[in-house]
Design a protein around this ligand. Structure first.
Ligand code: ZN
Length: 243
């Protein structure tokens, strides 16, 4: 059977979105999972989502929200919405769950694939990659033909050829030999590309095919949970518009 890996990330404690994505993975006959981090933050089900991800038994790399929730980081230069949720999330998690998040690796490499939350260019600094200059700095450290990441919540592809680094719109493609790819899989739990549907990617290892998936989920229920938890209203609103 073909090995089909679902690469999921930026779940951000959105239980409805995560469950909808896992249903879609089953329908797509996914065999393995990789997680690009940020399991918690922004939405109202951090413990539930963490439990599901851990039960998948898959490689997980550390996102900035996972990092901040599990550390004694000063939050004063955080945006206030993010800081409020980090504080709230800390109260929802057990010591054991925080320890799990704290001990996640920044980078995972296996069988010609790399996982990182943000960029290989100092992954512990969680820099954002939106343009080809930022991608060039990343590619200096990318050894494998393909690397999956998230962090910006915007699906995007960077390609490194001999002639330079190019940004490509998110699309399905077959990985050619002799080039490197840095693939942003988008966000399961808080998409920001104007499409509110949950985003993830399937990689068919044998066929070298990268496929983008978008999945409808029950946004209203996720919003209701945010409001019930007393988290900022803006976090509920943005789910509706995907920004
Ligand atoms: Zn994130």
């Amino acid at each position: 059977m073909d090995r089909k890996i679902a690469i999921i990330g930026d779940i951000h404690a959105n239980l409805e979105a995560l469950n909808a994505v896992l249903d879609d993975c089953r329908a797509q006959s996914v065999t393995d999972f990789f997680c690009t981090g940020d399991v918690v933050g922004y939405n109202a089900c951090p413990s539930e989502c963490l439990k599901i991800i851990r039960e998948l038994g898959c490689p997980v790399v550390k996102g900035n929200h996972d990092h901040y929730v599990a550390s004694v980081q000063d939050l004063s230069d955080f945006n206030p919405h993010a800081a409020a949720v980090v504080e709230w999330t800390r109260e929802q998690l057990s010591y054991e769950e925080m320890t799990y998040l704290r001990d996640l690796p920044f980078v995972y490499t296996s069988m010609g694939m790399t996982l990182v939350h943000s960029t290989m260019d100092y992954p512990e600094n969680f820099g954002y990659v939106f343009d080809h200059l930022q991608a060039e700095a990343h590619f200096i450290k990318q050894i494998t033909p393909i690397c999956f990441h998230g962090h910006t919540h915007v699906p995007m592809i960077f390609e490194k050829q001999l002639s330079g680094v190019y940004r490509i719109d998110p699309q399905d493609f077959k990985l050619p030999f002799g080039r490197k790819y840095f693939v942003n899989v988008g966000s399961v739990g808080q998409p920001r590309d104007g499409d509110p549907r949950a985003a993830y990617v399937i990689y068919n290892v044998k066929e070298r095919m990268v496929t983008y998936r978008r999945v409808d989920y029950d946004v209203a229920s996720a919003q209701e949970r945010i409001r019930m938890a007393g988290l900022p209203e803006r976090l509920a609103m943005r789910l509706e518009v995907g920004e």
